[in-house]
Design a binder for this molecule. Sequence first.
Ligand SMILES: [Cu+2]
Length: 119
Amino acid sequence: MKPTLMSAAILAISLLLGTPSAEAHAKKEATQPADGAVLEISPSAIALRFDMPMRVTLISLTDQDGTAHDLTRTDNMQPVSEFSATPPELPTGQYTVQWRGLAADGHPMQGAFSFEISK
Ligand SMILES: [Cu+2]
């Protein structure tokens, strides 16, 4: 086959097989605080940046005892590339943020990250 035909054939096959999941589309690009961060003060925001708009359907912040801390959202449940929510003043401890979302391409996504507040 000529190279162009070969490319076309490979493209057709990959379209038939579909896109490999999770890796190929929207992913969490960065978080605030960064995953594994050790902070000296309570963070002013809990934020996630995505490479395509994401409707965040659920986000939770829990401490080392499993106690949930309410986050105040500002996204109105709309798809956003930059999600941000405000936590209450948090005491020292270890925290985990868990989220679920629906990407603009229709794929459900989820993830988690952790940080610590240590004085
Ligand atoms: Cu996707």
